[in-house]
Design a protein around this ligand. Structure first.
Ligand code: ZN
Length: 67
């Protein structure tokens, strides 16, 4: 009888990976829930950073999705 809303695994439509926890909302349509990592990536893209720069930053983000 588990009703663990917070533990439900969601699938990110952007990267296709499964994730848990609080989703980010895609900036593309402001509706689609995406994984926090993609949310960060979109935010960085919104700042006009280069892909290589974004990848570097993403790689340094610790995995906090299970918090
Ligand atoms: Zn994703």
């Amino acid at each position: 009888m588990a009703n663990n809303e917070n533990v439900v695994v969601k699938k990110c439509p952007k990267c296709g990976k499964e994730y848990r926890g609080h989703p980010a909302i895609s900036r593309e349509d402001n509706i689609t829930p995406i994984c926090p990592l993609c949310g960060t990536r979109e935010a960085l893209e919104g700042l006009g950073l280069e892909q290589s720069e974004i990848d570097k930053i993403i790689a340094q983000i610790p995995n906090v999705e299970d918090k």
